[in-house]
Design a protein around this ligand. Structure first.
Ligand code: ZN
Length: 376
């Protein structure tokens, strides 16, 4: 299997599939066509989903020997950019390490899925397997949103479980945090610095916002930690405002990110944002305050007792059950009612210039998934 993984990964890495929201990013259409052609030649029922513009998913059904609920495997086919990364689109092997953009996050896993498909042509798995390749994981998850909203409801039978092959160092990811982005804008009135009485300072009221965020951050640290995920947290994201040093600033904006735990509902973080807005509004000074939530993604915890966890564990006894620090598409699938976990290879440098994945680890991941699919 190792030879096929290297060959496939070489071809996948050679296709630039940088997320099109990033500089130099053409989107996923070309890599989706490559995967589509490869699976079609193998004889599978395969479909390219046009998600929007040059963004596309691929889904394929591998029919198993029995009609038990399908296992869904997922890999995202976009990558982050390549700035500062030499030879980013040509796979380089040094011992067990395969270097190249996306090798670890996560074209290595996509190569494993394709290599498994090749094996299943000759020896079909026990259960049906859905191979899903999604676009836009590195930005707003348009691909998995499409799968969840358009594709899943139209299926005659829902998959029984989903495995996201994100790099987990061969551990079983059973929880990850969510995140929410907030901002507060303060509008004042511009004036010359020599005549402050004619203006309304928009920057100074942010002190109340910063103090309130600091209080909230302390409260989060003082709550009991989640066993797998630690504490919920927040950090200042961006701050801007003012035009000239000699002017009273008419505008300021503060944005922050909150990382959420599975048991925290949206109301919790919305309430914090309101506290921040009130703290600023309650200051004297004549400024206006606007607060809003910019974007959010839910946290996720695999349902306790989900059968898929035991199946991976049985096939890979050394794997630990872990919480993951990053957000992943699995939350969207999980919250659509498909018990989801993450399981992927060992490597280093996701989003970094020295990204590599372990070839032996990719082969082990393939062997584990092959066993998982072999169990009815
Ligand atoms: Zn990833």
């Amino acid at each position: 299997m190792q030879d096929r993984i290297v060959t496939l990964l070489k071809e996948l890495v050679a296709i630039n599939s940088i997320n099109s929201t990033l500089s130099g990013g053409p989107g996923e259409k070309e890599i989706a066509d490559f995967i589509h052609n490869h699976l079609r030649r193998l004889g599978f029922e395969v479909q390219v989903q046009a998600v929007s513009g040059a963004r596309a998913n691929v889904v394929a059904l591998v029919r198993g020997k029995s009609p038990s609920p399908a296992v869904l495997l997922n890999g995202h086919i976009d990558t982050v950019g390549v700035e500062g990364m030499p030879l980013s689109f040509s796979l380089r092997q040094e011992g067990d390490r395969l270097y190249g953009r996306g090798a670890y996050d996560m074209k290595g896993s996509v190569a494993v899925m394709l290599a498994l498909a090749e094996r299943w042509v000759r020896r079909p798995p026990e259960a049906n397997v859905w191979l899903t390749f999604s676009c836009d994981e590195e930005d707003r998850s348009l691909g998995t949103e499409f799968l969840v909203k358009e594709w899943l409801p139209a299926l005659p039978a829902r998959p029984g479980a989903a495995i996201f092959l994100e790099p987990t160092e061969e551990n079983i990811g059973v929880a990850h945090k969510g995140f929410a982005w907030f901002e507060i804008e303060v509008v004042g009135k511009a004036a010359h610095g020599s005549r402050p009485e004619q203006g309304v300072d928009a920057i100074l009221p942010l002190r109340a916002a910063l103090a309130e965020l600091d209080r909230i951050a302390n409260e989060l640290r003082s709550r009991p930690a989640d066993v797998l995920l630690g504490h919920a947290s927040l950090h200042g994201g961006k701050i801007e405002g003012g035009t000239e040093l000699s002017m009273v600033p008419a505008y300021a904006r503060l944005q922050w990110e909150r990382r959420t735990l599975p048991e925290e509902g949206p109301d919790t973080v919305d309430g914090e944002s309101e506290r921040v807005a009130h703290a600023v509004a309650n200051l004297a000074g004549g400024h206006e305050v606007k607060a809003r939530k910019i974007f959010m993604r839910p946290p996720y915890r695999t349902p306790p007792g989900a059968d898929v966890v035991g199946r991976i564990q049985a096939a890979s006894p050394g794997s630990q059950r872990v919480g993951l620090s990053f957000w992943a598409d699995s939350a969207l699938m999980g919250l659509a009612g498909i018990p989801s976990v993450l399981f992927g290879p060992i490597g280093h440098g996701a989003h970094a210039v020295d990204e590599w994945v372990s070839l032996k680890s990719l082969a082990r991941v393939g062997a584990v998934l092959s066993k998982v699919a072999a169990v009815n």
